[in-house]
Design a binder for this molecule. Structure first.
Ligand code: CDP
Length: 644
């Protein structure tokens, strides 16, 4: 698709060498011979222009809008997810990172049957999109299949089929779309599912998560029995039925209890497995459904591959992240006005992406679902950078409060803009009957888990005023905020802290393949360097500090450092699991979808530590939890921290 030439007066983006190389390798369009077909700035202009272009239908000056988007992008204050960079203005035109597809209990008779959905998923994979699936509606292994008088394969068998198929498909595309498989904790095949990745070389194209209910967690607390159940597949009303357990109950289909186990034994199995290699994760179905903005359309059953995005059938969400590392104010402050402005323009950008996205034409349900709820997923990256700058320890009570206040501000400004967009262009089409139905508003403003004690100069937010406007205008986007992992975009943006995560290491050696030679590059956090200079450490001491920090990754054991620096410059491994969970919960209170966060444990942590974290996360209202015990996995399934 033609892109007009980039206006000569637009600024160029400033990038580190590593960021520039990653960007050129992953995002820049190529000619047939593989050489770059656009410059880095032209790449940004292509994205800004093609997203802005959809505003033609709203009588907006699209050149002015494109310049506004371009300026925000090249200031590195906001980046959309990778597929928007690779797809905008190209024949593929698929801009979203994640999708959820339904699987019903038939081989493909319905459009949602097992092999229909596999085909749809493969087409999405080819565009670089990742897929999430709930396998919970599939009848248990060994149960009767009437038509063939055979025995059912069961969810785990079909999961293996999917995994194998995706392993082959993914080899064609440039980016390997990841996958998520979810199975409910009351499904009769749940034990097999929990253990299906004990060997980490199995089912490598999927992350797996158990769909946990509140009833299950209460049974764990009470040490009660737990029934594994499924609708009676022999019952005449089951023929052609494709709903959830609850929907089967409501339809009068008897529910058969296959087995009864001790809830704690099942919980311990999950805990042991995730202690062993990080999988399965837990997804809290009831917490997610309490905030399902469109319960009149569907119950939420699954997330995207990294767990931060709950979606209904065929829905996608285009993610985008405001880069807090570029929104510093003077003297260790936050430039709140710049945050507000970035969120506003980013929200408009993502709303446009819904219309600019080509989806996959062969799966028309994708476009329909996207336009019905108009979900967007705006989040943050570089939170940890901002906390270094302001001087707040990630994980501490103050850090939890700061993160909550940042997210409250982002959520508020995103909703404000979405309400303004509803006034200008109309609310999302499925708003009637939703939580945001102006005639019957069931949404209420979010509140922090703990009362605030500071304000860091943050302007007040007016939730009451927003509620009044919601009643009058509705809202354009059924979901507004999500915190993505930002595995690639944070690298390109040059943040130290991915998404809402703490920094991984303050200093390290990076191996780069330089035409077959192993080149070792040292890296030291620029924020850390600045702090050492500000503290007036002499060059020799600074050098000694860097060397020890390089060895440890952390500065906590460096005695030459003032305590005030050690306090603030924590890395992931310096933060306790409980602090990680509390950070997640503090932010979750202000994220209407979910967030990508890993709860890191030291190598010596035991399964009981993992169990404690799961219980705490559930109690604090998290929508899921991913744990990782240091050294427990040889390979990391998803690429994080993209380098060359
Ligand atoms: O930084 P970038 O925009 O490339 O992506 P991310 O924030 O790390 O990941 C966002 C989402 O993209 C993930 O949650 C997945 O749903 C999807 N993804 C994928 O399917 N395959 C990958 N290799 C990476 C991400």
């Amino acid at each position: 698709l033609p892109t007009p030439p980039i206006p000569a007066d637009l600024p160029s983006i400033q990038l580190t060498d590593n960021a520039r190389q990653v960007l050129i390798r992953r995002y820049v369009r190529r000619a047939d011979d593989g050489s770059p077909a656009e410059t880095v700035d032209e790449m940004f202009w292509r994205v800004a222009y093609h997203v802005a272009k959809v505003e033609e239908s709203w009588n907006v000056d699209i050149n002015a809008r494109a310049r506004e988007f371009y300026t925000l992008l090249t200031a590195r204050r906001f980046f959309p997810n990778s597929p928007t960079f690779t797809g905008a203005g190209t024949p593929l035109g698929q801009l979203a990172a994640c999708f959820v597809l339904p699987i019903t209990d038939d081989m493909g008779r319905e459009s949602t049957g097992i092999f229909q959905t596999l085909r749809d998923a493969a087409l999405i994979q080819q565009t670089g999109g990742g897929n999430g699936f709930s396998f919970s509606r599939l009848r248990p292994q060994g149960s009767l299949v009437k038509s063939s008088a055979g025995q059912a394969t069961g969810p785990v068998g079909f999961l293996r089929v999917y995994d194998h198929a995706f392993g082959e498909v993914a080899q064609g595309g440039s980016r390997r779309g990841a996958n998520m498989a979810v199975l409910r904790v009351d499904h009769p095949d749940i034990e097999e599912f929990i253990s299906c990745k004990t060997n980490e070389n199995q089912i490598t194209n999927f992350n797996i998560s158990v769909g946990i209910t509140d009833a299950f967690m209460r049974a764990v607390e009470a040490d009660a029995d737990w029934d594994l159940r499924f609708p009676d597949v022999h019952h005449p009303a089951y023929r052609g039925f494709s709903g959830t357990l609850e929907e089967a109950e409501a339809a009068g289909i008897p529910i058969k209890t296959y087995r009864t186990v001790r809830a704690r034994e099942l919980f311990d199995l999950i805990v042991r497995q995730s202690h062993h290699n990080g999988e399965p994760g837990m997804l809290f179905l009831d917490a997610a459904n309490r905030y399902n903005p469109v319960p009149h359309l569907y119950p939420l059953e699954a997330t995207n591959p990294c767990g931060e995005q709950w979606l209904g059938p065929y829905e996608n969400c285009c993610l985008g992240s405001v880069n807090l590392a570029e929104l510093f104010g003077p003297d260790h402050s936050v430039d709140w006005e710049a945050v507000r402005h970035s969120v506003e323009i980013a929200t408009r950008f993502l709303d446009d992406v819904i219309d600019a996205n080509q989806y996959v034409p062969a799966v028309p349900q994708l476009s329909e679902a996207a336009h019905r709820a108009r979900r967007i997923g705006l989040g943050i990256m570089g939170l940890a950078d901002l906390m270094y700058h302001v001087g707040i320890r990630y994980g501490s009570p103050q850090g939890q409060e700061f993160a909550a206040q940042v997210m409250e501000f982002v959520r508020y400004q995103a909703m404000r803009t979405s309400v303004d967009l509803a006034r200008e262009r109309g609310p999302f089409p499925a708003i009637r009957g939703s939580l945001y139905d102006p005639a019957n508003l069931r949404w209420s403003p979010p509140a922090p888990l703990e009362a605030y004690t500071s304000d860091w100069g943050r302007p007040a937010v007016d939730w009451e005023g927003l509620e009044a406007d919601l009643r009058q205008y509705g809202i354009r986007n059924a979901a507004q905020t999500t915190i993505a992992p930002t595995g690639t975009i944070a690298t390109v943006a040059g943040c130290e802290g991915y998404g809402c995560e703490p920094v991984f290491a303050l200093a390290y050696i990076r191996h780069v393949n330089d035409n077959g030679r192993d080149l070792q590059l040292t890296y030291t956090s620029p924020h850390f360097q600045r702090a050492l200079e500000e503290a007036g450490l002499d060059p020799e001491t600074q050098q000694a500090v860097y060397e020890q920090t390089m060895r440890d990754g952390s500065c906590q054991a460096v005695e030459a450092l003032p305590e005030s620096i050690r306090q603030v410059f924590v890395v992931s491994a310096d933060i306790s699991a409980e602090e990680h969970v509390r950070m997640q919960a503090a932010m979750q209170a202000f994220v209407d979808n979910s967030l990508s966060k890993t709860i890191n444990f030291p190598a010596e942590a035991g399964p009981e530590d993992v169990a404690t974290a799961y219980l705490l996360a559930w109690k604090l209202g998290c929508k899921g939890l991913t744990v990782y015990v240091t050294g427990s996995r040889e390979k990391v399934v998803l690429e994080t921290h993209a380098t060359l």
